[in-house]
Ligand binder design. Structure first.
Ligand SMILES: [Zn+2]
Length: 608
C-alpha cells in the first residue's frame, strides 16, 4: 500500500534540523512541523507534500481519493542522452509513493463537503502532463455530479516537457472543464503555493472565482531569471510574490497557512449557504471588525416620505437638524442644498457600515485580475439574511488618512473592472447583486485616462444590461455621474431620502452653465438631484426614508429600514428570476424595457 510509505519517503522528515531556504535559520524539525512547516524566524511557508496539505486542511479521515492508479503514457518515446521518460516516472513513483503529480478526491472541511485537487511539487515539480489533466477533469466531473465546490491547491513548475504538445493541451483541457463547472453554478477556489509558474498558472487557477495565496509564494508565468535575462534589468523587490500579486489586483487575499482552514470554511460557508448549512466555528473570527453603532433612541421610518413638493418649495413635516436648519418652510434651493450637504455629511453611513450592518458574513474579494486593486470600490461575497449575495460599493474614508487611501470614493478604471469581475461571478453562481453608490464621480486623473475609465464604465453598462441575476442598486450618498451609474444599472434603483443623484456635481454643473461653482446651490435645484424629485420623474424606483436630520442620527434605524426594503425587492425579483428556465431571461427583458423607456420627448408637428 504505497500511501503508508509516503511519510517515510519524505526526505525532510528524517532530518533533525531544518535550514530555512530563505533566512537560513535552523529550526528543530519537530518545531518546524508543529508550525505547519512555516519558518518561525521569517514566516517562509515551506513546501508541503500532498498528504501534509490534506492533514493540515481537511477533516481527519474525510479524504476519499479517486483515480489513484492513473499513470503517464509515453506516446513520444521521450528520452534524453541519459534516461527515458518512463524510467523517470518509475523512479519518481518509487521515491514519492505517487502515481503522478496531482492527487484528487472528495473530503470535508469543517464539515463542509468539497472536491479537492492537490499538486505535489515533489513529483517532477508537479508539472502538468496528461495524468494531471485527466485527473483534474475527472475531479471536476465528480464535483458537477455531486454538486460540490472545487478547491485546487497548486504549486508547479508548469507544463511537463516530456509529453510535448500533449502537455500544453492540458491547459485547455483543465480550463474547459472549469467552464462546465461554472455552468453548473459551482464555485472554484484556488490556493497558490510556492512556486507556481508557466502553464499551470496560465490555466485553471487564474480563472478561479476566488484566488488565495500563501505568504511569500512565488507566482508568475515566466520565471524571474528568464525575465531578467530577456529585459536585462533588475526586477523590483518582491516581484512575483503573493503580496506583489495582491497589490497588482491578481489575487483576492494572502492567507497564512494556519488561518487557511478558517478562511476556507468561511468562504465555503457563504458559497454553500443555499439553505440551512451552518458556518464553521472558525468563521466567527472573520466577523466584521466593528459592529454598527447601536442606537435605540427615537424610532423613525414612518414608511412615507416626510415632505411634499409644493409649487414654491418644500413643506417639511419632519425636522432637519444636522444641516443647521430648524423646521418649517424651506425654499426649494435651501431644501436641495440641505440634501447635498446631508448626502456628503462626513458622519453619514458609508458602504462598509452597510456591509457590517446588513450582512452576517462578508468576504472581501480584491483586484481586477489585470492591474491593481482599487480601494475606492469594495466588494465581495456576503450573507444577507442567510442568503449568499455579491455586494459592491464605493467606499469613502472617514478621516483624512482613509480618504486618501480610498481616493475620496473616486474609483479608477480598475475599481470598475473589479466590479465587472464580481458582476460576472454573481451571474455565474446565480447570486443577487447589491450595490451601494456613494461617489463624487470616477477619478478624473491621468492614469484613469491612460487605462480608459470611459471604457471601463461603458463595459459595465453593457454587462449590467444583460446580467442574468437579480440586481438592486442603492444610492446611499452621492450618486456622481457615470462613476455612479457604472455600478448602478439595476432592476431596482433605490435612493435613501437624503441622497443625491446627478449627471454632474452641482459645482461642476454651475461651472459649465454659469462659469461659477459658487452657484452650485442654484444648480442643485435646476438639475433636480434629490431623491423625492427623481422618484417623481420616474428615474429611480423607490425612496427609503431617513431618520430626521440625516441617517447618521440613527444608524441602526437606517440599516433596519434599508434591510426591509431590500428583502421586499429581492423577493419580488426572485419571483421573476426563479420563474422556471425562462426566469433569468425575463428579468433581463424587464430590465431592458425599464431603461428602454427612459427619456423625455414628444412628437413634434413640424410646419410644412
Ligand atoms: Zn526563515
Amino acid at each position: 500500500m504505497p500511501r503508508v510509505n509516503a511519510l517515510a519517503a519524505n526526505p525532510l522528515s528524517v532530518d533533525i534540523w531544518f535550514s530555512c531556504s530563505k533566512c537560513k535559520t535552523l529550526t528543530y524539525i519537530k518545531q518546524f512541523e508543529q508550525n505547519l512547516r512555516v519558518c518561525p524566524a521569517c514566516n517562509y511557508h515551506g513546501r508541503l507534500r500532498w498528504f501534509e496539505r490534506i492533514l493540515y486542511l481537511l477533516d481527519l479521515g474525510s479524504f476519499f481519493e479517486q483515480d489513484l492508479w492513473l499513470e503517464a503514457g509515453d506516446r513520444l518515446n521521450f528520452q534524453t542522452s541519459t534516461d527515458t521518460y518512463i524510467n523517470k516516472i518509475r523512479d519518481t513513483q518509487y521515491r514519492t509513493s505517487m502515481g503522478d503529480a496531482l492527487v484528487t478526491g472528495t473530503a470535508t472541511l469543517k464539515g463542509q463537503p468539497l472536491a479537492v485537487a492537490v499538486a505535489d511539487f515533489a513529483f517532477m515539480g508537479a508539472s502538468m502532463g496528461s495524468v494531471f489533466g485527466e485527473k483534474f477533469v475527472r475531479l471536476v466531473e465528480t464535483a458537477i455530479e455531486k454538486n460540490l465546490p472545487l478547491l485546487t491547491i497548486s504549486s508547479s513548475g508548469g507544463a511537463r516537457m516530456h509529453e510535448g504538445l500533449f502537455s500544453l493541451m492540458q491547459m485547455s483541457k483543465t480550463t474547459a472543464a472549469l467552464a462546465r463547472l461554472g455552468k453548473a453554478r459551482l464555485p472554484h477556489i484556488a490556493l497558490l503555493a510556492d512556486p507556481c509558474y508557466g502553464g499551470v498558472t496560465a490555466s485553471y487557477p487564474m480563472v478561479a472565482d476566488v484566488i488565495l495565496a500563501e505568504p511569500g509564494a512565488m507566482v508568475g508565468f515566466a520565471g524571474p531569471r528568464v525575465i531578467q535575462q530577456t529585459i536585462r534589468e533588475n526586477l523590483p523587490e518582491g516581484f512575483q510574490t503573493a503580496e506583489f500579486l495582491l497589490e497588482h489586483g491578481m489575487i483576492d487575499a494572502v492567507v497564512e497557512r494556519k488561518n487557511l482552514p478558517d478562511v476556507l470554511s468561511k468562504l465555503l460557508g457563504i458559497l454553500g449557504q443555499g439553505a440551512g448549512q451552518s458556518l464553521g466555528e472558525g468563521a466567527e473570527g472573520n466577523q466584521p471588525e466593528t459592529a454598527p453603532e447601536e442606537n435605540t433612541g427615537a424610532a423613525v421610518m414612518s414608511g412615507e416620505i416626510r415632505e411634499t413638493a409644493t409649487k414654491d418649495g418644500y413643506t417639511v413635516k419632519g425636522e432637519v437638524e444636522a444641516g443647521g436648519l430648524s423646521q418649517g418652510q424651506l425654499s426649494a434651493q435651501d431644501m436641495a442644498w440641505e440634501r447635498v450637504k446631508l448626502a456628503r455629511h462626513p458622519k453619514r453611513l458609508h458602504t462598509q457600515e452597510y456591509f457590517q450592518g446588513l450582512f452576517s458574513h462578508f468576504f472581501e474579494l480584491r483586484g481586477d485580475r489585470r492591474f491593481s486593486d482599487d480601494a475606492a470600490i469594495i466588494g465581495g461575497l456576503a450573507l444577507f439574511e442567510g442568503r449568499p449575495v455579491v455586494a459592491i460599493g464605493h467606499q469613502k474614508g472617514t478621516d483624512t488618512k482613509e480618504n486618501l487611501y480610498r481616493n475620496f470614493g473616486m474609483p479608477r478604471p480598475e475599481g470598475y473592472r473589479k466590479a465587472l469581475r464580481l458582476f460576472r461571478l454573481a451571474e455565474k453562481l446565480g447570486l443577487p447583486v447589491l450595490t451601494f453608490i456613494d461617489t463624487p464621480g470616477a477619478f478624473p486623473g491621468l492614469e484613469s485616462e491612460e487605462r480608459s475609465v470611459a471604457q471601463a464604465i461603458a463595459e459595465n453598462l453593457l454587462v449590467m444590461a444583460e446580467l442574468a441575476t437579480p440586481f438592486i442598486a442603492v444610492i446611499i450618498g452621492e450618486g456622481g455621474s457615470g462613476g455612479a451609474l457604472a455600478i448602478g444599472q439595476a432592476d431596482r434603483v433605490i435612493m435613501l431620502e437624503n441622497s443625491i443623484y446627478s449627471v454632474a456635481s452641482p459645482e461642476a454643473a454651475a461651472s459649465i452653465l454659469w462659469r461659477s461653482s459658487s452657484l452650485a446651490p442654484e444648480a442643485a435645484v435646476s438639475l433636480k438631484i434629490t431623491a423625492p424629485e427623481l422618484l417623481e420623474l420616474g428615474l429611480v424606483d423607490a425612496v427609503v426614508p431617513e431618520p430626521p436630520g440625516g441617517n447618521h442620527t440613527d444608524r441602526s434605524g437606517m440599516l433596519e429600514a434599508l434591510k426591509e426594503k431590500l428583502l421586499e425587492d429581492l423577493a419580488e425579483l426572485d419571483g421573476i428570476f426563479k420563474d422556471g428556465p425562462v426566469g433569468p431571461a425575463k428579468l433581463v427583458e424587464q430590465r431592458y424595457r425599464k431603461y428602454r423607456s427612459i427619456g423625455t420627448w414628444q412628437e413634434a408637428f413640424l410646419p410644412i
